[in-house]
Design a protein around this ligand. Structure first.
Ligand code: PMP
Length: 444
């Protein structure tokens, strides 16, 4: 019954509506710890962590209890102009404390990552207007970057697939080359030299566009959905320098990398960079409630707070700082800190990355292995290692399905397979993921 009705009424993001008839989705009915169970009773390790979000696994009683207590006490009153609630106040303090080292001082809550990106882009334009630079309206981003699918996020998304069919989008968005060493237009295989080449391309583009037309550069410190692209350590500092030189704000999109997934509390911290704004979501509630936030530095906040009525922020959501979501944030961050998940993410991330490198030695279909910073790892599959011709989507699908049957749900983004399990995962469970991947690759 459920399988039939899924195709009848339910449309799935990022897929063709007809597809769910031809290829029925996996209907997940139960979850515990790091394991999910589908409607046919098949259990696997969730090596995707929901959608890179279930950092604490599925059995965290503290979060469930906090949500239930808040529902009983105050199920709704958000932080729109003129109202607030205790859970939101506590959540904002915890988030700003966690990211104080990154320079973050204020939190603007949203319902997810795309919302947070949209808010950050709007605030960037408004910041420049308030400072008397109204011509700064354009945005720079990276090819392969993913920033959600609202019109703002879609406009800065690097992958044209998310833009095509929805134009016209925001005008003046420029997509710079990604720090993708395996494939790049410069044919440069040295990551540090590639970082220099992209920095030069950014300078050229800024000169061409006019520095005083650009509001912000938005980038992921480690690119997630684009295939876990880890830049050279010099890359983000170079982008920071360029932004500083030209008065451009730097927005670090930490929707995936934040809250320990990258092996530190933020991704930018790996590269010693303090951004002007950060966007967060996913791990902020471990997927237990839809919450995101745009965070701003003290210097950016001052411009708004010192302004007249023009400093008012005319964007936000009915569910901005929803008390139940905020209670989920407080409980999630308390648990994340108590368990010091950053440490486990770093250690288990190394194990997963090294295990994947070993798989590449025995499976010629693996062209590139990326990761090494926390629990974000990708295998890029090829049909020919020498030419790097990408594996066809049907092959990637076959590997994905065989790995699922052998005990691990991984994420498919042909030609990549991506792994981002809960940060609570154990050493033995990572071994299970690796043997399931081994089985999946053998099936190809
Ligand atoms: N930014 C990044 C870096 C993301 O990875 C995502 C989601 N994968 C988003 C933004 C959008 O978040 P959401 O799906 O919660 O809208």
């Amino acid at each position: 019954f459920l399988k039939e009705h899924n195709a009848r009424h339910l449309w799935h993001p990022m897929g063709h509506p007809g597809e769910s008839q031809a290829h029925p989705p996996k209907i997940i009915t139960d979850a515990a710890g790091v394991t999910i169970t589908d409607i046919d009773g098949h259990s696997t390790i969730d090596a995707v962590g929901g959608l890179w979000c279930v950092n604490l696994g599925y059995s965290n009683d503290a979060i469930k209890q906090a949500i239930s207590d808040q529902l009983a006490r105050l199920p709704y009153y958000s932080a729109f102009a003129g109202t607030s609630n205790p859970a939101a106040i506590e959540a904002s303090q915890m988030v700003c404390d966690l990211f104080a080292e990154d320079g973050m001082a204020r939190a603007f809550f949203t319902s997810g990552g795309s919302d947070s990106v949209d808010v950050a882009l709007r605030l960037a334009r408004q910041y420049h207007r308030l400072r008397g630079e109204p011509t700064r309206t354009k945005f720079l981003s990276l090819k392969k970057g993913y920033h959600g699918t609202h019109f703002g996020g879609a406009s800065v998304n690097g992958n044209p697939r998310f833009r095509h069919g929805y134009e016209p989008l925001l005008p003046g968005c420029v997509h710079l080359p990604a720090p993708y060493t395996y494939r790049n237009p410069f044919h440069e295989s040295d990551p540090a030299r590639l970082a220099q080449l992209i920095a030069q391309a950014a300078e050229d583009e800024i000169a061409f566009q006019g520095a005083d037309t650009i509001a912000a550069l938005i980038m992921e410190p480690i690119l997630g959905a684009g295939g876990v692209i880890v830049p050279d350590e010099s890359f983000m500092p170079l982008m920071r320098e360029i932004c500083d030189r030209h008065g451009i704000l730097l927005i670090s999109d930490e929707v995936i990398t934040g809250f320990g997934r990258s092996g530190d509390w933020s991704g930018a911290r790996h590269w010693g960079v303090a951004p002007d704004m950060m966007t967060v979501a996913k791990g902020i509630t471990s997927g237990y409630f839809p919450v995101g936030a745009a965070l701003v530095s003290g210097a950016v906040a001052e411009v708004f707070e010192g302004a007249d009525a023009n400093g008012a922020i005319y964007t936000g959501y009915t569910y901005s700082a929803h008390p139940v979501g905020a209670a989920a944030v407080v409980a999630t961050l308390t648990e994340t800190l108590r368990l010091d998940l950053r440490e486990n993410a770093a250690a288990r991330g190394r194990q997963l990355f090294e295990g994947c490198q070993r798989l590449a030695e025995t499976h010629a279909i693996v062209g590139d292995v990326r990761g090494g910073h926390g629990l974000m790892t990708a295998l890029e599959l090829v049909s020919d290692r020498a030419t790097k011709a990408p594996a066809d989507p049907a092959t990637v699908k076959r590997v994905h399905q065989a790995a699922y049957e052998a005990g691990a749900m991984v994420r498919m983004g042909p030609p990549n397979l991506m792994m981002s399990p809960p940060l609570t995962i154990s050493e033995a469970e990572i071994d299970t993921v690796l043997s399931a991947l081994d089985a999946g690759l053998s099936a190809a």
